[in-house]
Design a protein around this ligand. Sequence first.
Ligand code: HEM
Length: 420
Amino acid sequence: MTLPSRESTDLQAFSADPYTTMQRLYLENGAISQLGTGPMRFWLTLGAEACEFILANNHLFSWEQAFAALAPLTGPAALLVNDGDRHRRLRRLVTPAFTVRRVADHLETVTRHVETAMAGWAPGDVIDVYVPLRRALRLATLESLFGAAAMDRSEGLDDWLHDIHRAIDTDVLGGAIERGSGSPVWRRALLARSSVHRWVVAEIERRDRSEPGSDVLGVLLRGVDGDRLTVDEITDQLVSLLEAGAETTAAQLSWMLYCTMRERALWADIRAVVSNPVALDRIVSETMRLHPATAVISRKVATEFTLAGQRFCPGDLLLFSPFHTHRVPSVWPEPERFDPRRWDPGAERYRRPAPYEFLPFGVGTHRCVGANFAVMAVKAAFAALVGRVDGELLTTDARPAGLIGMHPRDGITVRITEKR
Ligand code: HEM
């Protein structure tokens, strides 16, 4: 009988629990660990130095290759599956929809959907708030992208998006953990993708191009300096914006509730905090440090290089992790502790993190294009909740699940004590 190799055992451990496995492997092996063998092989590249190397050397990696397996779901023109000049052009045309000023226009939309989600809550109710809040943020993202009128025509969309997200999250290693194409999850997602595609094309066709509107679709239709996206390109952007935006933001919001409600002192003081934008920013940063919704990011090697004594060749798949980096004790003292004061420049142990030490949205050319929207949405939703509801947190030890949309596996259960 042959024993399974260490690489296979570590792969199994990572598949079952990537979060603690990353931390264990970093302690055992340092920056580099190989997981799996043959076509299943990939590398964990962990720690601030590895992140710095990867992020400072974009030219060594290819997104197109890393995410090629996802292209049937995201569409070939999605930002995430493009490199070089094509990526630069697409990014130039998408970015104007997500400036700080533009995303502020969607604050009321987020607030309204969260208020609707809370409408039926009453003192004494025990609720897993993650479920209604995830739905509220999906609807808010949908409305911000397509406008209020599209909401009445959006039946089915929520389920389709959920199917797509499930496939992308299980296929985060480009098919290394679970070979995508044959699985029922993948087949379901492909069907969902074509339904979403048809829905988005119909929405584009409804628009009056001379007055495209101020939602994201309107901004994309308008173009920049005479350059315009084609209908297929717009469709791919919108499908992937919906997919990338809603689950991550909902996950981030529920971690924020969990962290703040656990800290009774902070929660007791929360109303003052919500009307204090600086304090609110620190809570957002600290939540994203401890529970970044995107727990790992992958890269495919395009050009040979050596990192921490290990030679990497074209085609090798690397994973680095905001989740892990944000918990390295040499960078973040008492990393497991939720402490928004560590973001206060006046505090004794304040240390401004380098970009590769705090990277919830990634860094560089592929940095999250929706970051401003995400921060606005999380803050607006949190303020709406805290302004109306008080509660007792019943979830005592929330375990994470998911890698691209890392969320509380068993939800966040709250007993409502007060509703205004
Ligand atoms: C808390 C919420 C969010 C988190 C933690 C997050 C995280 C990230 C990260 C880490 C990346 C970089 C991936 C890489 O380097 O390979 C990324 C890219 C991206 N994100 Fe987000 N994201 C969030 C919300 C959003 C929202 C709200 C949208 C849009 C509405 C969005 C759209 C995108 C897109 C399109 C990309 C690809 C950008 C490119 O390749 O140029 N994300 N996101």
